[in-house]
Design a protein around this ligand. Structure first.
Ligand code: SF4
Length: 147
């Protein structure tokens, strides 16, 4: 079962309070120009169907409970890919009264795709790295930056 995840990872996109910059790049990565679908990546509309969750944003206080609820709906084994600096460190939102993140306070992150925002190619690479880790049963353990 796991080896199929590497070939056709289903991803769910979760915005935890980003500026939308990273989210636009995720859409670009899935669109025909960068075409993550050629690598088998499929965007799904429910966390219950996902293998990988793509997280953007610093986790606002308003979103915290929703984020925890949504991530917990992704069945195990699952991989978490953080897209953008805000998701990794809270970035430009650091120290703001409304921030309760980043997400690695609540869940182990498998792959960090750095950048503000990251390029679509880097996002596709991050998804494929996460899929590879899923196939090997290496998710939920340590941090890895996508280059
Ligand atoms: S990393 Fe940059 S583009 Fe992405 S949510 Fe933060 S400020 Fe916006």
């Amino acid at each position: 079962m796991r080896r199929f995840m590497a070939r056709s990872p289903w991803v769910y996109h979760l915005n935890t309070g980003s500026c939308n910059g990273c989210d636009i790049e995720i859409i670009a990565a899935l669109s025909p120009r960068y075409d993550a679908e050629r690598a088998g990546v499929k965007l799904v509309g429910s966390p219950k169907l996902a293998d990988i969750i793509l997280v953007t944003g610093p986790v606002t206080k308003q979103m915290k409970e929703r984020v925890i609820n949504i991530v917990n709906q992704v069945p195990n084994p699952r991989a978490i890919v953080v897209v953008g600096v805000c998701g990794a460190t809270t970035g430009v939102f650091d120290g703001a009264y409304s921030i309760d993140g980043p997400i690695d306070k609540f869940f182990p992150v498998d792959v960090y795709v750095t950048g503000c925002p990251p390029r679509p190619e880097a996002i596709v690479l991050g998804i494929l790295k996460a899929a590879g880790k899923l196939a090997k049963g290496e998710t939920g353990k340590r941090k890895e930056a996508a280059k």
